[in-house]
Design a binder for this molecule. Structure first.
Ligand SMILES: N[C@@H](CCC(=O)N[C@@H](CS)C(=O)NCC(=O)O)C(=O)O
Length: 205
């Protein structure tokens, strides 16, 4: 099983997480920027859910979604391990991944509603998503300190998933992060000292 190309968009937090995994493993994963609904994009033919990221393997197999992709990357490039193979630490890392992804999911939903014509927006729906975002940020803020790993004594997928989620909130809803969550900001600054994290900060398109 050889990963060939990661089909992605530069702003996708889920794609960023996959890229971070490859970069932290010292692997140069080829990427192709293919917005799912753009003309000429291969995503629709490869992934019935029409979403990025989609990982194309060298035998033509398409793999999705990001959680499965990171599992494949961990399997084919086991060192350094980013997902504990078993036990409580595995559960904790996967739960942090769910939190980071879920933070991004809620931000995507808010953004999708915000770009609708005003009469079709549902502010109650947006507010329910923002409550989730705030609760996730509060939990992260409570648990993190600069220099400390989320699970065990080293970097894992937990940090990569959570920083990807936070980065997406910073991109699409910076007001939800501003002047709050001091531990989160200090921890994020510490993680941004890593070349992988600094090199993948999303930029609005
Ligand atoms: N659970 C999926 C989420 C992927 C996702 O929602 N991707 C968005 C971009 S950030 C997308 O491709 N949206 C296009 C669409 O839904 O049509 C994963 O972890 O890969």
């Amino acid at each position: 099983m050889i990963p060939a190309t990661l089909l992605m968009t530069p702003t996708s937090p889920y794609a960023r997480k996959c890229l971070l995994v490859a970069m932290e493993k010292g692997k140069d994963l080829a990427v192709s920027v293919e917005p799912p609904h753009a003309q000429g994009s291969r995503i629709g033919a490869l992934n019935p859910l029409v979403k990025v990221p989609t990982l194309l393997l060298s035998d033509g197999t398409a793999v999705y979604d990001s959680r499965v992709i990171v599992d494949v990357l961990e399997m084919v490039w086991p060192e350094p391990a980013l997902i504990p193979a078993q036990g409580r630490e595995r559960i904790e890392v996967l739960r942090w991944q769910a939190l980071g992804d879920g933070l991004a999911d809620a931000m995507v939903l808010v953004m999708m509603d915000r770009i609708k014509p005003e009469e079709r927006r549902d502010l109650g729906w947006q507010e329910r998503q923002i409550v989730k975002i705030d609760a996730a940020l509060a939990l992260i803020n409570q648990e993190v300190r600069p220099g400390q790993w989320l699970v065990g004594e080293r970097l894992t997928l937990a940090e990569l998933a959570v920083i990807s989620g936070i980065g997406y909130v910073q991109l699409r809803g910076a007001e939800l992060l501003a002047n709050r969550w001091p531990n989160l900001h200090a921890w994020s600054a510490w993680l941004h000292e890593r070349p992988s994290v600094a090199a993948t900060v999303p930029v609005a398109m």
